[in-house]
Design a protein around this ligand. Structure first.
Ligand code: DC
Length: 210
């Protein structure tokens, strides 16, 4: 039986961590849809036309090195504003969302465009400063040089582009439950997400049992 969990929100709010934990908890499949746009962005940086890259995307493209790097994130946010790129990635995401056994998809437009019928919708967010601090700590933790103000301005640039585009902008679905992780630990954020999903599963079961 299909059960879709849509998890949207801005960069570095904790969506990925929450999504993986929720998928493991409920035994659902997980798709990080940002990776699709990152793979297209990476191919654009290598000289391929982004629409062509989206139309010919292969599973191997999602395993390539460098997809998490910041230049690829900015390229992903740029190609994500091209309607033909989004259209090319739509069917794959919709089929994944409705697969049997349950699915968690995280991204920007899952609850609004990809799967408006999702049984559970979460909007995971945090202040820009908190998100930049997490990203900065992650980079310096890996021994990479990073400048906090630069990381913060990258976060704000990507937010503005993702929220400001006309096609499928980042915004909470009307029926999404917002989880602001600014003052939460990872385990608190995961517990909050699990509680919402358990409620939705119960509602669905109650409805089906008449
Ligand atoms: O979640 P992420 O940081 O990996 O996403 C990279 C970029 O891809 C993000 O800045 C906007 C775009 N994106 C999107 O437009 N729609 C999605 N469902 C997922 C990501």
């Amino acid at each position: 039986m299909a059960f879709t969990v849509a998890i949207d929100g801005p960069a570095a709010a904790g969506k990925g961590t929450v999504s993986r934990a929720v998928a493991a908890h409920f035994g659902f499949a997980h798709l990080d849809t940002g990776l699709l746009y990152r793979a297209v962005g990476q191919r654009m940086l290598e000289g391929t036309d982004p629409v062509e890259a989206a139309l010919t995307l292969r599973a191997e493209d999602l395993d390539r090195e460098g997809l998490r790097a910041d230049p690829v994130a900015q390229a992903a946010s740029k190609v994500a504003a091209i309607p033909e790129v989004r259209a090319a990635l739509l069917d794959f995401q919709r089929a994944f969302a409705r697969r049997a056994g349950g699915a968690v998809l995280d991204g920007r437009d899952i609850g609004t465009v990809i799967c408006p019928e999702a049984e559970a919708k979460l909007f995971v967010t945090a202040s820009a400063e908190t998100r930049a601090r997490r990203r900065f700590d992650e980079l310096t933790g890996k021994g990479e040089a990073a400048d906090f103000d630069r990381v913060l301005s990258d976060v704000r640039t990507r937010d503005a582009r993702d929220m400001g585009r006309p096609d499928a902008p980042l915004k909470p679905a009307r029926d999404a439950v917002e989880i602001d992780t600014s003052e939460m630990s990872i385990s608190q954020a995961v517990a909050a997400a699990i509680a919402v999903i358990e409620d939705r599963i119960k509602e669905r079961n109650d409805h089906e049992n008449g």
